[in-house]
Write a protein that binds this ligand. Structure first.
Ligand SMILES: Nc1ncnc2c1ncn2[C@@H]1O[C@H](COP(=O)(O)OP(=O)(O)OP(=O)(O)O)[C@@H](O)[C@H]1O
Ligand SMILES: [Mg+2]
Length: 416
């Protein structure tokens, strides 16, 4: 017969549910709530859509004056805006792009190629302008990689480039910002892993890419299956036959991206917060790299380890035949608070160490960015009317300055 204390212990064991069941139940509850939230936020189709832009915003994006856009609209020339209450004119992003093409054709008709190039910024392969692949990286979690990546990709699309955004993080935060809920929207083999896997289920990258609600911006969504690459790569390396170039993990993202190079000017890769095979393969596919740095001592301290480790690993890759020539490598200061003494000191310290490799413009910390994030939106997606104007304008000014600086680096790499 069991002693009284034994019975109590047995009862406890019986009442304890296996952890996997509890966790699975929590996952299910959370997933359902997120789905309901998405249905509320993105009604009626529970899909994200993009707002339209005021004529002032459109003029700024195209690079003409608002008055000139008004003239075009009065004369009935080119794509026409929707006219709202009070005669306000609104353009969709697709209209803005059509405007750009319209103005470029007019410039070309007058023989002004440079001006046409200023409107439609597509690269010209015949002039050796190669597809830019930009990895946003740092193994420090929360350093602003995803926020920087999504805003850069959207900025480049809005300013007339054809962009592919790649979510390389199994956490899929970038995909979430584009309205995806991976466990509901992806069925398997539909991340970039599908195109870089080593087995027979490998598929063409072209078939995995998805259009987004953002004109000229496509997405390779992410989810947990990306993690597979970390598990299977060591086996692929061990099984590799001498001379077989396909087994090498560091060529795989590059080869996949090259298969769609005709369709894009810039690829922006949001890297996971770890230095695994995925990140290394992304770095080897990259023509340029942005390392995000939150200016706090612990972040900067861990960054030195990140740099040592990256350098070591890339050295090994280079010896194995990988090519690693970046057009630019820049440090981007994120979530910066200019009135915070220690942060300002750290930024000064980084600038004195790395000189021009620290982007001139830092991204400011702003409630406009975090508030927009609450509804899974970016600063470019929310309208100015949703914020205190000063707050919105300061954040937008900092964001545009950062992205314009990167755009300039891209154009310089193209020799423009
Ligand atoms: N400029 C900013 N102002 C205010 N909040 C910001 C800003 N940039 C990022 N954040 C917030 O900081 C958090 C971390 O940012 P983010 O997700 O971009 O970092 P990450 O490096 O991608 O993280 P992880 O390593 O987990 O992938 C997010 O909640 C984001 O909304
Ligand atoms: Mg991230």
């Amino acid at each position: 017969m069991a002693s009284p204390s034994n019975t109590a212990a047995q009862k406890e064991v019986v009442s304890l549910r296996p952890a996997d069941e509890t966790i699975a139940e929590d996952a299910q509850a959370l997933s359902l709530q997120l789905k309901a939230m998405r249905e509320r936020l993105f009604a009626p189709a529970s899909e994200k859509t993009l707002r339209s832009f005021t004529s002032g915003e459109a003029a700024r994006l195209v690079g003409v004056s608002d008055g000139y856009l008004r003239q075009l609209s009065l004369a009935g020339d080119g794509p026409q805006p929707d006219v709202g209450t009070g005669g306000r004119r609104y353009y969709s992003l697709a209209d803005i792009d059509a405007l750009r093409h319209f103005l470029a054709e007019q410039a070309l008709a007058k023989g002004n190629t440079a001006k046409a190039r200023g409107y439609v910024k597509w690269r010209d392969p015949s002039k050796g302008e190669h597809m830019q692949v930009i990895s946003i990286t740092n193994f420090k979690g929360g350093s602003g990689k995803t926020t920087s990546a999504v805003h850069l990709a959207q900025y480049l699309a809005m300013t007339g480039h054809r962009v592919l955004a790649v979510d390389l993080d199994p956490q899929a935060s970038l995909s979430a910002l584009f309205g995806y809920q991976p466990e509901l929207d992806l069925v398997g083999n539909d991340t970039i892993y599908g195109a870089i896997r080593y087995d027979s289920e490998v598929r063409p990258l072209k078939d995995i890419i998805r259009k987004t609600y953002f004109h000229n911006l496509d997405l390779l969504p992410g989810n947990l299956e990306l993690q597979e690459f970390e598990h299977v790569t060591p086996r692929a390396l061990a099984d590799r036959r001498p001379g077989d170039p396909h087994g090498l993990f560091f060529t795989r993202i590059q080869t996949a991206l090259q298969s769609v190079a005709d369709d894009y000017d810039v690829v922006v890769i949001d890297c996971p917060p770890q230095l695994g095979y995925l990140t290394l393969s992304a770095l080897c596919a990259s023509t340029s790299v942005i390392v995000t740095v939150h200016p706090q001592m612990l972040d900067v301290a861990s960054m030195s380890q990140f740099l040592f480790m990256t350098s070591d690993l890339l050295g090994v890759v280079r010896e194995a035949g990988g090519t690693l020539n970046f057009d630019f490598l820049r440090y981007l200061v994120t979530r910066f608070e200019p009135h915070d003494g220690p942060q300002t000191q750290i930024v000064g310290f980084l600038r004195s160490l790395f000189g021009e490799r620290v982007l001139t413009s830092p991204m400011l910390k702003s409630t406009a960015v975090s508030d927009a994030g609450l509804t899974k939106q970016t600063l470019y997606e929310v309208g100015r009317e949703n914020f205190t104007r000063g707050t919105y304008d300061r954040a937008m000014e900092a964001l545009d300055a950062v992205n314009a600086e990167i755009e300039q680096l891209i154009h310089t790499a193209w020799g423009r």
